[in-house]
Design a protein around this ligand. Structure first.
Ligand code: EPU
Length: 342
């Protein structure tokens, strides 16, 4: 079947920041075969291409002068051994639906990652993480379509070179790989992961369902609902700084939180830095620093991409002046050709 295409497509439905943007064309792919046909279509060969799952980590700074490919490859397969459940998941599956379903099937392990917006295919690209667990803790393999070799390639978790919100898909394979499936391993010897601050009160008696409920509650209380206020979750990464700089900041701010981050380094919460810099609620036009969680920038109504990027720059400059730390965006900021719009 030919892939159906929409020209001059409105992207409102396909990203969560709520800015008004269009793309030159848009196609929906639901199989590796339709993905292959899309890449082989002569008219589209020269166009920049952007793979979109839930569009929950994107900021378009202008209309996209290329082809948006909505990845809707579905499928959930389960196998098991005495020791573990193995899940093979299509990249277009909604991440939270998979988490919820896995618990209904009595396969615990994904509960800490509840309510993360987006799709399964985006999960390894970003190495999504929350409340003490990262995708890399559970990932067995990632299958991707290699646009140059025109074949599906399987990478082991190790080959994915996962780091904090990093993977080979943002590095060497950038622009070349389209994730088509993800393999997860959920060990049957399940143990609660409640070490992360707000989950600690659940204690060792927590079960997967109570952790899932708590994570959903915490996220809903802090993170704005994109249906009400456009946003793309954490706008910046939590910076990793030297122990020396940390000690210097700690002298003035003894209450600064931190997490271990390898030898002689610490990770500090960007939300805390932005909050203490007095920027909560700061606005430029309709773009604002969220009042409950300073790490999130929100579109309060009709924010333009310029207003959002100006606000982001103001945040970066203010934090840099006050703490000597350069924040980096976590959101993918795109220009018309799909390059870095920042
Ligand atoms: N904090 C403040 N003020 C704020 C925000 C945070 O003081 O406005 C303090 C909090 O009190 C806490 C610390 O900063 O002591 C950390 O805050 P929080 O637990 O809310 O987590 P985060 O570091 O801001 C990260 C991830 C989130 C993830 C949460 C929970 C990044 C960039 N963000 O946020 O991931 O849900 O931890 O694990 O790593 C995302 O990536 O889009 C995302 C939402």
């Amino acid at each position: 079947m030919p892939v159906s295409v929409i020209f001059d497509a409105n992207l409102a439905e396909h990203h969560t920041f709520g800015v008004s943007v269009r793309s030159r064309a848009l196609v929906v792919v639901d199989s590796v075969a339709s993905l292959q046909r899309t890449y082989q279509t002569a008219d589209w060969k020269a166009l920049p291409k952007l793979i979109v799952g839930g569009g929950s980590n994107l900021l378009f700074t202008e209309d996209f002068d290329g082809l948006v490919i909505l990845n809707r490859i579905l499928g959930r397969q389960v196998s098991e051994t005495d020791a573990a459940f193995y899940l093979h998941l299509g990249a277009g599956e909604n991440w939270h639906d998979v988490v919820s379903w896995s618990l209904d099937q009595e396969m615990p392990g994904l509960e800490n990652l509840a309510l993360i917006p987006g799709t399964v295919g985006a999960a390894p690209v970003q190495n999504i993480g929350a409340y003490g667990v990262e995708l890399s803790d559970l990932c067995e393999y990632v299958d991707y379509w290699d646009c140059e070799a025109e074949e599906v390639v399987r990478l082991t978790a190790e080959q994915c070179r996962f780091g904090y919100r990093e993977s080979v898909f943002k590095g060497d394979l950038k622009g070349r790989a389209v994730v088509v499936a993800v393999g997860l391993k959920l060990p049957k010897a399940w143990r609660p992961n409640t070490g992360y601050g707000p989950l600690a009160e659940l204690g060792e008696d927590a079960n997967a369902r109570s952790i899932f409920d708590a994570v959903c509650r915490i996220r809903a209380s802090k993170l704005p609902d994109p249906n009400q206020q456009g946003n793309a979750g954490s706008f910046f990464k939590n910076p990793i700084i030297s122990d020396a700089l940390f000690t210097q900041i700690q002298r003035e701010h003894p209450e600064i939180p931190s997490y271990p981050a390898g030898p002689e380094h610490k990770k500090v919460p960007a939300g805390w830095l932005i909050d203490r810099a007095g920027l909560k609620g700061h606005r430029i036009g309709d773009a604002a620093v969220h009042t409950e969680q300073a790490l999130v920038l929100v579109n309060q109504d009709k924010a333009t991409p310029d207003q959002i990027t100006s606000l982001a720059r103001h945040v970066v400059d203010t934090v840099s002046q006050q703490y000597g730390i350069e924040l980096e965006p976590e959101v993918r900021i795109l220009n018309a050709k799909g390059g870095a719009g920042w």
